[in-house]
Design a protein around this ligand. Structure first.
Ligand code: PMP
Length: 384
Protein backbone atom coordinates (compact mmCIF):
# COMPACT_ATOMS: atom_id res chain seq x y z
CA UNK A 1 0.00 0.00 0.00
CA UNK A 2 1.21 3.51 -0.80
CA UNK A 3 0.10 6.11 1.74
CA UNK A 4 -0.26 9.50 0.03
CA UNK A 5 -2.34 11.28 2.68
CA UNK A 6 0.42 12.86 4.76
CA UNK A 7 -1.42 16.16 5.05
CA UNK A 8 -4.14 14.35 6.98
CA UNK A 9 -1.65 12.69 9.31
CA UNK A 10 1.89 11.33 9.31
CA UNK A 11 3.50 8.16 10.67
CA UNK A 12 5.16 9.02 14.00
CA UNK A 13 8.94 9.14 13.70
CA UNK A 14 10.72 6.20 15.43
CA UNK A 15 12.59 8.64 17.70
CA UNK A 16 9.27 10.26 18.61
CA UNK A 17 7.78 6.88 19.51
CA UNK A 18 10.83 6.02 21.62
CA UNK A 19 10.59 9.33 23.49
CA UNK A 20 6.86 8.99 23.99
CA UNK A 21 7.19 5.46 25.37
CA UNK A 22 10.12 6.24 27.63
CA UNK A 23 8.59 9.34 29.17
CA UNK A 24 5.20 7.65 29.58
CA UNK A 25 6.82 4.79 31.49
CA UNK A 26 9.29 6.75 33.59
CA UNK A 27 8.06 10.28 34.20
CA UNK A 28 4.50 10.02 35.35
CA UNK A 29 4.44 12.51 38.21
CA UNK A 30 2.45 15.70 37.74
CA UNK A 31 4.74 18.52 36.56
CA UNK A 32 2.80 20.95 38.79
CA UNK A 33 3.58 18.92 41.93
CA UNK A 34 6.12 20.44 44.31
CA UNK A 35 8.01 17.23 45.12
CA UNK A 36 11.15 16.16 43.33
CA UNK A 37 9.43 13.84 40.88
CA UNK A 38 7.10 16.64 39.92
CA UNK A 39 10.16 18.83 39.45
CA UNK A 40 11.68 16.28 37.09
CA UNK A 41 8.53 16.21 34.98
CA UNK A 42 8.47 20.01 34.96
CA UNK A 43 12.09 20.09 33.84
CA UNK A 44 11.24 17.90 30.85
CA UNK A 45 8.43 20.28 29.89
CA UNK A 46 10.74 23.28 30.23
CA UNK A 47 13.40 21.56 28.13
CA UNK A 48 10.78 20.79 25.45
CA UNK A 49 9.75 24.44 25.53
CA UNK A 50 13.37 25.51 25.09
CA UNK A 51 13.91 23.15 22.14
CA UNK A 52 10.82 24.53 20.40
CA UNK A 53 11.71 28.13 21.22
CA UNK A 54 15.13 27.60 19.67
CA UNK A 55 13.74 25.88 16.56
CA UNK A 56 11.18 28.63 15.94
CA UNK A 57 13.41 31.46 17.20
CA UNK A 58 11.00 32.74 19.84
CA UNK A 59 11.25 33.16 23.62
CA UNK A 60 10.56 30.22 25.94
CA UNK A 61 7.71 32.17 27.51
CA UNK A 62 6.04 32.52 24.10
CA UNK A 63 5.39 28.77 23.68
CA UNK A 64 1.99 27.51 24.90
CA UNK A 65 1.23 23.79 24.74
CA UNK A 66 -2.26 22.75 23.63
CA UNK A 67 -4.15 19.64 22.52
CA UNK A 68 -3.54 20.36 18.84
CA UNK A 69 -3.92 23.01 16.21
CA UNK A 70 -7.71 23.14 16.46
CA UNK A 71 -7.36 24.28 20.05
CA UNK A 72 -4.46 26.61 19.21
CA UNK A 73 -6.47 28.29 16.47
CA UNK A 74 -9.54 28.66 18.71
CA UNK A 75 -7.39 30.09 21.50
CA UNK A 76 -5.78 32.56 19.10
CA UNK A 77 -9.03 33.82 17.58
CA UNK A 78 -11.37 33.81 20.58
CA UNK A 79 -8.51 34.69 22.92
CA UNK A 80 -7.79 37.96 21.11
CA UNK A 81 -11.40 38.88 20.37
CA UNK A 82 -12.69 38.14 23.89
CA UNK A 83 -9.85 40.19 25.36
CA UNK A 84 -10.71 43.15 23.10
CA UNK A 85 -14.42 42.82 23.84
CA UNK A 86 -13.74 42.87 27.58
CA UNK A 87 -12.19 46.29 27.10
CA UNK A 88 -15.44 47.43 25.47
CA UNK A 89 -13.81 48.18 22.12
CA UNK A 90 -15.48 47.70 18.72
CA UNK A 91 -13.87 44.74 17.01
CA UNK A 92 -13.32 44.04 13.34
CA UNK A 93 -11.56 40.86 12.22
CA UNK A 94 -10.32 39.50 8.89
CA UNK A 95 -10.00 35.90 7.75
CA UNK A 96 -9.02 34.42 4.40
CA UNK A 97 -11.64 32.33 2.61
CA UNK A 98 -9.30 29.35 2.42
CA UNK A 99 -8.51 28.83 6.11
CA UNK A 100 -8.80 25.41 7.68
CA UNK A 101 -12.16 24.79 9.37
CA UNK A 102 -10.54 25.17 12.81
CA UNK A 103 -9.91 28.85 11.99
CA UNK A 104 -12.77 29.59 9.62
CA UNK A 105 -15.51 28.23 11.88
CA UNK A 106 -14.28 30.49 14.71
CA UNK A 107 -14.90 33.53 12.53
CA UNK A 108 -18.31 32.24 11.46
CA UNK A 109 -19.18 31.89 15.15
CA UNK A 110 -17.93 35.43 15.86
CA UNK A 111 -20.07 36.71 13.01
CA UNK A 112 -23.15 34.97 14.47
CA UNK A 113 -22.35 36.76 17.73
CA UNK A 114 -22.42 40.10 15.94
CA UNK A 115 -18.69 40.72 15.41
CA UNK A 116 -17.79 42.49 12.15
CA UNK A 117 -15.97 39.93 9.97
CA UNK A 118 -14.35 40.44 6.55
CA UNK A 119 -13.73 37.32 4.45
CA UNK A 120 -10.72 37.84 2.18
CA UNK A 121 -10.90 36.42 -1.34
CA UNK A 122 -8.00 34.63 -3.01
CA UNK A 123 -6.75 34.63 -6.61
CA UNK A 124 -6.72 31.63 -8.96
CA UNK A 125 -3.54 30.31 -7.29
CA UNK A 126 -5.27 30.42 -3.91
CA UNK A 127 -3.25 33.41 -2.72
CA UNK A 128 -4.43 36.44 -0.78
CA UNK A 129 -3.48 39.53 -2.75
CA UNK A 130 -1.93 42.35 -0.70
CA UNK A 131 -4.23 44.86 -2.41
CA UNK A 132 -7.28 42.97 -1.13
CA UNK A 133 -5.91 42.90 2.38
CA UNK A 134 -5.15 46.60 2.23
CA UNK A 135 -8.75 47.33 1.24
CA UNK A 136 -10.04 45.20 4.13
CA UNK A 137 -7.94 46.66 6.95
CA UNK A 138 -9.72 49.23 9.17
CA UNK A 139 -8.55 51.36 12.07
CA UNK A 140 -10.31 49.03 14.51
CA UNK A 141 -9.19 45.74 12.92
CA UNK A 142 -8.09 43.57 15.84
CA UNK A 143 -6.99 40.37 14.19
CA UNK A 144 -6.10 38.93 10.77
CA UNK A 145 -5.86 35.15 10.20
CA UNK A 146 -4.02 33.95 7.10
CA UNK A 147 -2.48 30.48 6.99
CA UNK A 148 1.03 29.59 5.80
CA UNK A 149 0.38 26.61 3.50
CA UNK A 150 -3.13 25.60 2.52
CA UNK A 151 -3.97 22.04 3.53
CA UNK A 152 -6.00 21.25 0.40
CA UNK A 153 -3.97 22.84 -2.38
CA UNK A 154 -0.53 23.62 -0.94
CA UNK A 155 -0.83 27.34 -1.86
CA UNK A 156 1.87 29.30 -0.01
CA UNK A 157 0.75 32.72 1.22
CA UNK A 158 3.12 35.67 0.81
CA UNK A 159 3.31 36.09 4.58
CA UNK A 160 6.21 38.53 4.64
CA UNK A 161 4.39 40.97 2.40
CA UNK A 162 1.06 40.49 4.15
CA UNK A 163 2.59 40.84 7.63
CA UNK A 164 4.39 44.04 6.64
CA UNK A 165 1.15 45.46 5.28
CA UNK A 166 -0.85 44.59 8.41
CA UNK A 167 1.72 46.30 10.62
CA UNK A 168 2.06 49.35 8.34
CA UNK A 169 -1.67 49.92 7.92
CA UNK A 170 -3.19 48.90 11.26
CA UNK A 171 -2.68 47.82 14.84
CA UNK A 172 -4.10 44.38 14.13
CA UNK A 173 -2.52 41.18 15.40
CA UNK A 174 -1.42 38.63 12.79
CA UNK A 175 -2.39 34.99 13.32
CA UNK A 176 -0.87 32.28 11.11
CA UNK A 177 -1.92 28.63 11.07
CA UNK A 178 1.44 27.04 10.34
CA UNK A 179 0.36 23.40 10.49
CA UNK A 180 1.14 22.44 6.89
CA UNK A 181 4.30 24.51 6.46
CA UNK A 182 6.72 23.44 9.18
CA UNK A 183 9.30 20.91 8.02
CA UNK A 184 8.59 21.62 4.36
CA UNK A 185 9.27 25.35 4.03
CA UNK A 186 11.34 27.86 6.01
CA UNK A 187 9.48 29.46 8.93
CA UNK A 188 10.33 33.09 9.72
CA UNK A 189 7.98 34.33 12.42
CA UNK A 190 9.92 37.53 13.11
CA UNK A 191 10.23 38.67 9.51
CA UNK A 192 6.60 37.75 8.82
CA UNK A 193 5.65 39.87 11.87
CA UNK A 194 3.48 37.06 13.20
CA UNK A 195 1.90 37.47 16.65
CA UNK A 196 0.17 34.09 16.94
CA UNK A 197 1.31 30.87 15.27
CA UNK A 198 -0.31 27.41 15.51
CA UNK A 199 1.25 23.98 15.03
CA UNK A 200 0.02 20.41 15.36
CA UNK A 201 2.13 17.40 16.37
CA UNK A 202 0.65 14.78 14.10
CA UNK A 203 1.41 16.63 10.84
CA UNK A 204 5.14 16.54 11.61
CA UNK A 205 5.57 12.89 12.66
CA UNK A 206 4.88 13.68 16.33
CA UNK A 207 1.82 12.43 18.26
CA UNK A 208 -1.83 13.34 17.75
CA UNK A 209 -3.59 15.35 20.44
CA UNK A 210 -0.71 17.73 21.09
CA UNK A 211 0.14 21.06 19.52
CA UNK A 212 1.20 24.55 20.38
CA UNK A 213 0.40 28.19 20.05
CA UNK A 214 3.20 30.72 19.82
CA UNK A 215 2.05 33.91 21.54
CA UNK A 216 4.64 36.54 20.64
CA UNK A 217 4.58 39.71 22.68
CA UNK A 218 2.59 41.07 25.57
CA UNK A 219 -0.94 41.48 24.26
CA UNK A 220 -3.71 39.87 26.35
CA UNK A 221 -5.52 36.64 25.50
CA UNK A 222 -8.63 35.30 27.23
CA UNK A 223 -8.48 31.57 27.91
CA UNK A 224 -10.99 29.15 26.41
CA UNK A 225 -11.12 27.11 29.61
CA UNK A 226 -10.84 27.91 33.31
CA UNK A 227 -9.10 25.83 35.93
CA UNK A 228 -5.50 25.59 37.11
CA UNK A 229 -2.68 28.04 36.46
CA UNK A 230 -0.78 25.93 33.93
CA UNK A 231 0.54 27.77 30.85
CA UNK A 232 0.03 31.14 32.53
CA UNK A 233 -3.63 30.26 33.11
CA UNK A 234 -4.21 30.30 29.35
CA UNK A 235 -4.40 26.55 29.12
CA UNK A 236 -5.37 24.97 32.41
CA UNK A 237 -5.18 21.23 32.93
CA UNK A 238 -2.43 18.74 33.79
CA UNK A 239 0.22 18.91 31.12
CA UNK A 240 0.62 15.99 28.73
CA UNK A 241 4.32 15.53 29.47
CA UNK A 242 5.10 12.56 27.17
CA UNK A 243 3.37 14.14 24.18
CA UNK A 244 4.94 17.54 24.84
CA UNK A 245 8.45 16.04 24.95
CA UNK A 246 7.66 14.03 21.80
CA UNK A 247 6.32 17.17 20.10
CA UNK A 248 9.58 18.98 20.81
CA UNK A 249 11.45 16.10 19.20
CA UNK A 250 9.15 16.32 16.16
CA UNK A 251 9.63 20.08 15.85
CA UNK A 252 13.41 19.72 16.09
CA UNK A 253 13.54 16.92 13.51
CA UNK A 254 11.21 18.83 11.17
CA UNK A 255 13.22 22.04 11.41
CA UNK A 256 16.62 20.40 11.06
CA UNK A 257 15.42 18.28 8.14
CA UNK A 258 13.51 21.02 6.34
CA UNK A 259 15.98 21.82 3.57
CA UNK A 260 16.65 18.20 2.68
CA UNK A 261 12.91 17.42 2.85
CA UNK A 262 12.17 20.28 0.49
CA UNK A 263 14.61 18.96 -2.12
CA UNK A 264 13.24 15.43 -1.94
CA UNK A 265 9.62 16.54 -2.03
CA UNK A 266 10.24 18.88 -4.96
CA UNK A 267 11.68 16.03 -7.00
CA UNK A 268 8.73 13.73 -6.19
CA UNK A 269 6.27 16.56 -6.84
CA UNK A 270 7.71 17.51 -10.22
CA UNK A 271 7.78 13.90 -11.37
CA UNK A 272 4.16 13.38 -10.30
CA UNK A 273 3.06 16.59 -12.02
CA UNK A 274 4.73 15.40 -15.24
CA UNK A 275 2.73 12.17 -15.08
CA UNK A 276 -0.52 13.95 -14.22
CA UNK A 277 -0.15 16.34 -17.12
CA UNK A 278 -0.37 13.41 -19.53
CA UNK A 279 -3.96 12.77 -18.30
CA UNK A 280 -6.35 15.11 -20.09
CA UNK A 281 -9.20 14.17 -17.72
CA UNK A 282 -7.35 15.57 -14.73
CA UNK A 283 -7.07 19.27 -13.92
CA UNK A 284 -4.29 20.30 -11.54
CA UNK A 285 -5.68 22.81 -9.04
CA UNK A 286 -2.51 23.44 -7.04
CA UNK A 287 -0.26 26.28 -8.17
CA UNK A 288 2.80 24.82 -9.88
CA UNK A 289 5.15 27.83 -9.59
CA UNK A 290 7.73 27.01 -6.95
CA UNK A 291 7.12 30.24 -5.03
CA UNK A 292 3.36 29.72 -4.80
CA UNK A 293 2.90 25.97 -4.32
CA UNK A 294 4.28 23.73 -1.57
CA UNK A 295 6.01 20.57 -2.80
CA UNK A 296 4.05 18.05 -0.71
CA UNK A 297 0.44 18.73 -1.77
CA UNK A 298 -1.05 18.25 -5.22
CA UNK A 299 -4.76 18.84 -5.66
CA UNK A 300 -6.44 17.61 -8.83
CA UNK A 301 -10.00 17.51 -10.13
CA UNK A 302 -11.50 14.66 -12.11
CA UNK A 303 -14.44 16.77 -13.23
CA UNK A 304 -17.80 15.06 -13.23
CA UNK A 305 -16.65 12.33 -10.88
CA UNK A 306 -17.50 12.12 -7.19
CA UNK A 307 -14.14 12.25 -5.44
CA UNK A 308 -15.12 9.55 -2.93
CA UNK A 309 -15.58 7.14 -5.83
CA UNK A 310 -12.06 7.91 -7.02
CA UNK A 311 -10.61 7.57 -3.50
CA UNK A 312 -12.16 4.11 -3.15
CA UNK A 313 -11.11 3.04 -6.66
CA UNK A 314 -7.56 4.14 -5.83
CA UNK A 315 -7.67 2.30 -2.53
CA UNK A 316 -8.53 -0.92 -4.38
CA UNK A 317 -5.31 -0.34 -6.33
CA UNK A 318 -3.32 0.12 -3.12
CA UNK A 319 -3.05 3.92 -3.08
CA UNK A 320 -4.39 5.98 -0.19
CA UNK A 321 -5.25 9.61 -0.94
CA UNK A 322 -8.06 11.91 0.12
CA UNK A 323 -10.87 14.14 -1.04
CA UNK A 324 -10.71 17.53 0.70
CA UNK A 325 -9.23 17.94 4.14
CA UNK A 326 -9.91 14.98 6.39
CA UNK A 327 -11.82 17.25 8.77
CA UNK A 328 -14.32 18.21 6.05
CA UNK A 329 -14.29 15.12 3.85
CA UNK A 330 -17.48 13.68 5.29
CA UNK A 331 -19.51 16.84 4.66
CA UNK A 332 -20.35 15.94 1.05
CA UNK A 333 -20.17 19.60 -0.06
CA UNK A 334 -17.92 21.14 -2.71
CA UNK A 335 -14.65 22.27 -1.18
CA UNK A 336 -14.88 25.84 0.17
CA UNK A 337 -11.18 26.29 -0.63
CA UNK A 338 -11.46 25.14 -4.25
CA UNK A 339 -14.63 27.21 -4.70
CA UNK A 340 -12.85 30.36 -3.51
CA UNK A 341 -9.89 29.62 -5.75
CA UNK A 342 -11.42 28.32 -8.98
CA UNK A 343 -14.94 29.82 -8.78
CA UNK A 344 -15.93 26.63 -10.57
CA UNK A 345 -18.42 24.37 -8.75
CA UNK A 346 -17.74 21.31 -10.86
CA UNK A 347 -14.03 21.53 -10.17
CA UNK A 348 -14.60 22.29 -6.50
CA UNK A 349 -16.90 19.27 -6.14
CA UNK A 350 -14.40 16.83 -7.65
CA UNK A 351 -11.14 17.70 -5.90
CA UNK A 352 -8.66 15.04 -4.81
CA UNK A 353 -5.58 15.58 -2.70
CA UNK A 354 -2.33 13.68 -3.03
CA UNK A 355 0.05 14.53 -0.17
CA UNK A 356 3.61 13.28 -0.16
CA UNK A 357 6.36 12.59 2.36
CA UNK A 358 10.08 13.18 1.74
CA UNK A 359 10.97 9.52 2.24
CA UNK A 360 8.69 8.33 -0.58
CA UNK A 361 10.38 7.08 -3.77
CA UNK A 362 10.10 8.01 -7.44
CA UNK A 363 8.90 4.46 -8.00
CA UNK A 364 6.00 5.02 -5.60
CA UNK A 365 5.11 8.25 -7.39
CA UNK A 366 5.07 6.32 -10.66
CA UNK A 367 2.75 3.73 -9.10
CA UNK A 368 0.40 6.49 -7.90
CA UNK A 369 0.30 7.93 -11.42
CA UNK A 370 -0.30 4.50 -12.93
CA UNK A 371 -3.15 3.77 -10.50
CA UNK A 372 -4.70 7.14 -11.31
CA UNK A 373 -4.47 6.51 -15.05
CA UNK A 374 -6.17 3.12 -14.61
CA UNK A 375 -8.82 4.65 -12.36
CA UNK A 376 -9.58 7.41 -14.86
CA UNK A 377 -9.94 4.80 -17.61
CA UNK A 378 -12.19 2.66 -15.47
CA UNK A 379 -14.45 5.52 -14.41
CA UNK A 380 -14.55 7.95 -17.31
CA UNK A 381 -17.39 6.07 -18.97
CA UNK A 382 -19.55 7.00 -15.96
CA UNK A 383 -19.34 10.73 -16.65
CA UNK A 384 -22.34 12.14 -18.44
N1 PMP B 1 -4.91 23.61 10.44
C1 PMP B 1 -4.57 22.94 9.33
C2 PMP B 1 -4.06 23.70 8.14
C3 PMP B 1 -4.70 21.56 9.28
O1 PMP B 1 -4.37 20.89 8.17
C4 PMP B 1 -5.19 20.87 10.42
C5 PMP B 1 -5.35 19.37 10.43
N2 PMP B 1 -6.29 18.87 9.50
C6 PMP B 1 -5.52 21.61 11.56
C7 PMP B 1 -5.36 22.97 11.53
C8 PMP B 1 -6.07 20.96 12.81
O2 PMP B 1 -5.06 20.33 13.53
P1 PMP B 1 -5.39 19.29 14.67
O3 PMP B 1 -5.67 18.00 13.97
O4 PMP B 1 -4.12 19.21 15.47
O5 PMP B 1 -6.51 19.80 15.46
Amino acid sequence: VIYADHSASTPPHPEVIRTLTEVTQRIYANPSSIHEWGGQADQLVQRARAVIAEALRVKHSEVLFTSGATESNNLAVFGVVRAMQSQGKPVHVIVSKIEHASVYACYEQLEREGVEVTYLPVNASGLVEPEQLKLALKPHTALVSIMHVNNETGSIQPLKELGALIKAESRALFHVDGVQGLGKLPVELASWKVDLYSLSGHKIRAPKGVGLLIHRGQFPLKPLMYGGSQEKGLRPGTMNVPSIVALAKGVRLATEGQEAAYGQLRQLHDQLVDYLQTQPQLIINSPLEEAFGAPHIINISFVGMKPEVVVHAMEKRGVILSTQSACSSKLDKPSRVLTAMTKDNARAASGLRISLAPDMTLEQVELIAKALAETVNELKGLIR
